[in-house]
Design a protein around this ligand. Structure first.
Ligand code: AMP
Ligand code: MG
Length: 320
């Protein structure tokens, strides 16, 4: 935002008026798509005794409630396994709070408070989930273009409906691609954001990455048969907008969850409630989360994520 402009002035500007109307169009279309496929929407938790510990360098916000340690939700991953076990197909527009390192402040794509559309399905595979996610994205983009072209025009944004299936690369291929552009990564590390942005720009469209080594992903992703990888995927936006989605098949067997927690050098006590749900009998589920502000940023062609989130909090800066 230009220095001289107050936040209220920004909200009243033609640009913000178009962006936030597009936001409504995006969430309406996502609900339409998921509803038509029998997914039930749940209201999300805001605080919990257990939430995702693995946040790519970000920290959780810990709070004390009645002398009990709790967290502001950083992701709904554990809760959605429980809901999908009971209701088969579920989704939620879930608030996430993550204290991102201040070095991410200039990235244009990191907020401290953001909303994730969390989707989870019992009995579904990684392939099923990838197909569902890409169709959901193609549907949403097509509805936005069909119903709101004047809003896109007012932002100078040209969008086309992406063709499904989206292109794919494996983690290993992504490393080799990165090396071509002088971006070297130690095997087993998370793919750096610059590498993701670069390979997605080169791909010229949406791009899936699969075949992640298990050390660089959360303990809750199910192991591949080789025991070295996880059944997990990321989706990268075109045009260098970076990561859109993370997801995968979830581990649901209590003994394997316990082993994975200890391999990740985490405190099993912290995941007591999740382990209790697993002992109770979780079904195998698969799903994904897409950051709504990231999706809207792509739809609107806006490089600065703070402009597409009402009352944005950016790393290092907590405002209204
Ligand atoms: P993760 O669980 O870290 O893979 O996050 C799931 C999705 O939420 C990502 O694929 C992004 O779309 C979105 N996301 C993650 N972190 C942030 C952030 N700091 N600001 C905005 N969106 C985010
Ligand atoms: Mg991710």
């Amino acid at each position: 935002m230009p220095e001289a402009e107050t936040y209220l002035e920004y909200l009243k500007s033609n640009r913000a008026q178009a962006v936030f109307r597009l936001s409504q169009a995006v969430t309406d279309s996502l609900r339409e798509f998921l509803g038509s496929r029998g997914f039930i929407e749940f209201l999300p938790p805001i605080v919990s005794a257990v939430t995702d510990p693995g946040l790519r360098g970000a920290e959780r916000v810990q709070v004390s409630m009645y002398d009990t340690r709790a967290y502001v939700m950083s992701s709904m991953v554990f809760h959605k396994q429980v809901l999908a076990t009971a209701f088969s197909r579920i989704y939620s527009f879930a608030p996430n709070v993550r204290l991102e390192p201040v070095r991410n402040a200039g990235s244009g794509r990191h907020l401290v408070e953001f909303c994730q559309l969390d989707v989870e399905e019992a009995g579904s595979s990684l392939e099923d989930s990838m197909r569902l996610a890409e169709r959901m994205i193609a549907f949403t983009v097509s509805k936005v273009i069909e119903r709101h072209r004047p809003l896109l025009d007012s932002l100078g944004r040209t969008l086309s409906v992406p063709e499904v299936p989206f292109q794919r690369v494996t983690y290993d291929e992504a490393l080799r691609e990165g090396a071509k552009y002088g971006l070297s990564v130690r095997y087993g590390e998370e793919l750096p954001q610059v590498l993701e942005a670069r390979i997605s720009r080169e791909a010229g469209g949406f791009l899936w990455v699969t075949g992640y080594p298990k050390g660089c992903r959360g303990f809750y992703y199910r192991e591949s048969d080789d025991g070295e990888h996880v059944l997990s995927m990321d989706l990268l936006f075109p045009e260098g907008f970076g990561e859109a989605i993370s997801g995968g098949e979830r581990e649901y067997r209590p003994d394997v969850i316990k082993r994975r927690i200890s391999e990740a050098r985490l405190d099993p006590g912290e995941f007591r409630e999740f382990l209790a749900a697993a002992e109770d009998g979780l079904r195998p589920t698969c799903g994904f989360g897409i950051g709504i502000e990231r999706f809207l940023r792509y739809i609107a062609g806006e490089r600065e994520i703070a402009r597409v989130r009402p009352f944005p909090k950016t790393p290092g800066h907590i405002a209204m």
